[in-house]
Design a protein around this ligand. Structure first.
Ligand SMILES: [Cu+2]
Length: 284
């Protein structure tokens, strides 16, 4: 955790604003939360660093402008400067105030592009999950030919169900996506009806789900726990009610979960609505 993050966490603890849910919940908004959710994947760590770098640059610029303003106000005030200079041109100053901002932009652009490509390029991944956005729920498809591929739908819990399951309201789902901790997970993202977006802040993941297209992203959960995200593309009346719940668990637990899910879902007819809708569209 960055120093700023640690400071924030300490502040929330002091304010007593720690979420009341199970401790395993890592990726979710907190009361009085400032800044980002904790960074729990390599890409999100880089995003925090980039964000902090930008803040330092902006702070420096603001302070510089403040100092210049104060200097001008005091040094050239009427009492001290009765006869104003008629100077209108200074080549050196003009070159300086053009090149320095250009340099600052270059300094920002290099890490910005580096991060953009790092998040876009999917490294060697042990697991591929296809997430399909539908009005208004998610369908997750796991490819494990040896077990029989399986897919399942993930619906938001009602307020009562969420309270009972000790999950945050409007974020908890009935059937969560599970991934092994410390493993690269490739996520293929698409939609079955309209535009959706697959977004999990703690992993630094946000990618559009487009009907008829397959987008790709990846993450690696650094810590076991529960992470939440939401659909991030206006997709209709229940746009706010199709959360994403991801549980990162140790490999053995993941294997056990896989077997259980394969038993339960692999026999069921393939990803019901999602595939049918996608097929129907590609025929049109
Ligand atoms: Cu949506």
């Amino acid at each position: 955790m960055s120093r700023l993050g640690a400071l924030g966490a300490a502040l929330f603890t002091a304010l007593g604003a720690v979420p009341v849910f199970a401790q395993e919940i890592i990726g979710q908004p907190t009361d009085w939360g400032l800044g980002f959710q904790p960074a729990m994947s390599p890409i999100k760590v880089q995003m925090h660093d980039f964000h902090n770098m930008l803040l330092f640059i902006i702070t420096g610029i603001v302070l510089l402008v403040l100092v210049l303003l104060l200097f001008v106000i005091l040094r050239f005030r009427e009492g001290k400067n009765r006869e104003p200079s008629r100077t209108t041109h200074n080549t050196l100053v003009e070159i300086v105030w053009t090149t320095i901002p250009v340099l600052i932009l270059v300094i920002i652009a290099i890490p910005s592009f580096r991060l953009l490509y790092a998040s876009d390029r999917v490294p060697e991944s042990a697991i591929t999950v296809k997430a399909t956005g539908l009005q208004w729920y998610w369908n997750y498809e796991y490819e494990h030919p040896e077990l029989g591929n399986f897919a399942f739908d993930s619906f938001m819990l009602t307020d009562e169900e969420a309270a009972e399951a000790n999950l945050p309201r409007l974020l908890g789902v009935d059937q969560e996506m599970v991934v092994p901790v410390g493993t690269n997970v490739r996520v293929l993202v698409t939609a079955g009806d309209v535009l959706h977006a697959f977004a999990v802040p703690a992993f630094g993941v946000k990618v559009d789900a487009v009907p008829g297209r397959l987008n790709e992203t990846w993450f690696r959960a650094d810590q076991p726990g529960l992470y939440f995200g939401q659909c991030s593309e206006l997709c209709g009346t229940a746009h706010a009610y199709m959360p994403i719940q991801i549980r990162a668990v140790p490999q053995e637990e993941y294997d056990a979960w896989l077997n259980e899910m394969a038993e339960q879902y692999a026999a069921a007819p393939a990803p019901a609505q999602a595939t049918q809708l996608a097929d129907a569209r590609s025929v049109q």
